[in-house]
Design a protein. Structure first.
Length: 69
């Protein structure tokens, strides 16, 4: 996983946890805007989420953050 994606995941998870608490769920789409402006990074996130870790569509942000640390 690229440092860019790791940073993005940590930032988004921290923001969501701060806003909604430790039980907040997210999907890998949370790391991207509605406009697909970086398809390579989106595919990297999807591969990491779906193929590498076989995660459900929604997972707790705390779990995702722990996986990237």
């Amino acid at each position: 996983m690229t440092p860019e994606l790791k940073d993005k995941i940590r930032t988004v998870c921290d923001k969501k946890i701060a806003q909604k608490g430790t039980n907040v769920g997210i999907s890998f789409y949370a790391f991207f805007a509605n406009k697909n402006d970086n398809p390579e990074l989106l595919m990297e996130a999807a591969t990491w989420w779906i193929q590498t870790h076989q995660l459900d569509h929604f997972e707790k942000a705390t779990k995702i953050k722990a996986l990237v640390l």
